[in-house]
Every structure is written in C-alpha cells, then in structure tokens.
Design a protein around this ligand. Structure first.
Ligand SMILES: [Mg+2]
Length: 281
C-alpha cells in the first residue's frame, strides 16, 4: 500500500513525467516546485541520456522554474565517474560528444584522467550516447579490443606492447531514443554494432534499470522513504524494482491504462494520471 506520509524523496523521470516534448507538464511541475520550496520532499531527476551534460539538464529543469542543484541530477555519467575513480583508471577512450568529454575531464581533473585514444595507455573503453559518433571512433574502439583482448591470429594480427586486457563499459542499455522522427539509434544499438563486428561486450552497462544510478539517493534515505516516478515500465519501474523502492506510474507519457492491464509483472505501488495526483489519493 503506497503511503505518501512515509516518503521523503522522489526520483523523477523527466520525459513523459515532468516534460512532454520539451514542454513542462504543468500540474506535475507545480507540485515539484511547491514541495521543493516547502522542503516537504527531496527530488532527484533521473535520465539515461548521456548525450547531454548534467548542466544541460539543470538548464532544462530550472527553465520550468524548478529550483535545482547539481547533486539532484542523476545520469549514468555520475556512475561512469565513480567507476573510473574506483578502478583507478587514468586513461580512458570515451566515445561521447565533445562537450560530454570535456565535462568528464573537468569532473576527474583532480585525478588527471586522459580521454584520448591511446592503444598503449587506454585501460577502459567507455561508450556514451555519442551524437558525434564517427566510423573512425568505432574503428578505434574495435581496434583497441582486437589489440588487447583477442589472441593474435591472421584475422587479428595487430598487437600493442601493452598486454593488459582492456575493460569496456556502456552508459546505458537503451536501443533507441524517441524523437520527432521516430526511434533513432542509442547506445544499445551501438553496442550491437560493436558486438557483431568482433564480439566485444561490455562488463557493465550503467543507467536504468541498473540500481547503481540510485546509489546517492539510497545512501541518504531508507528504501521505504524513496519512490521512483516514471512513465516507462521496462526502465523506470525496473530500476525501482531492482533498487527495492516503490514505483509511481504516471499515465502522462508512454504507458497507457491498456498497457497496465496487459502487464504481467508486479503492479506499480500507485498509478496516477499526472505526478501531482500522487498527493490526492
Ligand atoms: Mg520517461
């Protein structure tokens, strides 16, 4: 039974939950603004999209008049940063847009991580939603894998002096990104492209539905104090389930009442037309 009196933190999906096609969903956004100002709840904003920097999401959220601080933005770039720190990597080949690479350089400036392609030094290949992806970048990523992770053979003749296997991670699993032009390729599609080329597979895929994205929230609040709010069952509900927290399903985005009737998994903790309705029940 969903009890709002027990909740202290809401982790909100953005598209379909607080925004629709770039426009704020008024009732939902007003509820977040009022509850932020009265300090009734803490809010966190969840996105798998690593084509944008957290600063760009802050601009989008504050553009809807919601007061927001950097630590409230949860993107897999945070998980990637934590992973690089934990592993102690100093040389990462990051496939990402220029602004995302420079964001990561700044974030990791204190430990001095290089994000250049360097077959002798690279310890990790990291794939983000790179909207500046080129054939040269894909060929560099696969050649790193060939040089370091594939035994020499006539098919794979090139080796580096560096004999250490190279690690490979991806920021999130989404196959496609919804757009005005319909579904367009996202990281999941890029992963399939790489895998079919030479069998390279990531050791970790961050982002929804991996609960690693909720770590900072779970560090601060008990699971029963947290709810994830979203419009997609296979990403938003999945991350809530994987983290052991309640899921508030909103009908303002992708999921319809008919989808919920057909859904065979456990029911969401509560279903509402728009996020603000969570307070009326
Ligand atoms: Mg959504």
């Amino acid at each position: 039974m969903f009890d709002i009196a027990k909740k202290k933190a809401f982790v909100c999906d953005l598209d379909g939950t607080l925004f629709m096609g770039g426009q704020p969903i008024k009732g939902a956004v007003d509820f977040v603004i009022e509850s932020t100002k009265s300090e009734r709840f803490s809010f966190f904003y969840l996105t798998n999209n690593t084509s944008k920097t957290p600063e760009e999401y802050m601009t989008k959220i504050s553009g809807a008049a919601i007061p927001v601080k950097p630590e409230q933005i949860l993107t897999p770039l945070i998980t990637l940063e934590a992973y690089i720190r934990e592993k102690g990597y100093k040389s990462v080949y990051l496939l990402a847009s220029e602004k995302v690479v420079s964001h990561m350089e700044k974030r990791l400036a204190d430990v001095g991580v290089s994000f250049e392609f360097d077959p002798e030094k690279n310890e990790l290949i990291a794939l983000a939603y790179d909207k500046e992806l080129t054939y040269a970048k894909l060929a560099d990523a696969t050649s790193l894998w060939n040089m370091r992770n594939v035994p020499p053979s006539p098919m794979c003749p090139v080796r580096t002096e560096n004999k250490e296997p190279i690690d490979f991670v991806a920021t999130h699993p989404d196959n496609c990104c919804p757009s005005e032009r319909g579904p367009i390729p996202d990281v999941g599609g890029m992963l399939k492209f790489l895998e079919i080329t030479n069998g390279m597979k990531p050791t970790h895929v961050f982002g929804k539905p991996s609960p690693s994205l909720l770590k900072t929230v779970l560090d601060r609040f008990a699971p029963e104090e947290i709810a994830v709010v979203g419009d997609r069952l296979y990403t938003d509900k999945a991350i809530a389930d994987n983290a052991g927290v309640d899921f508030v399903c909103v009908l303002s985005g992708e999921t319809t009442k008919e989808d919920l009737e057909k859904y065979t998994g456990t029911a969401p903790a509560i279903v509402v037309d728009t996020f603000d309705m969570v307070d009326a029940k």
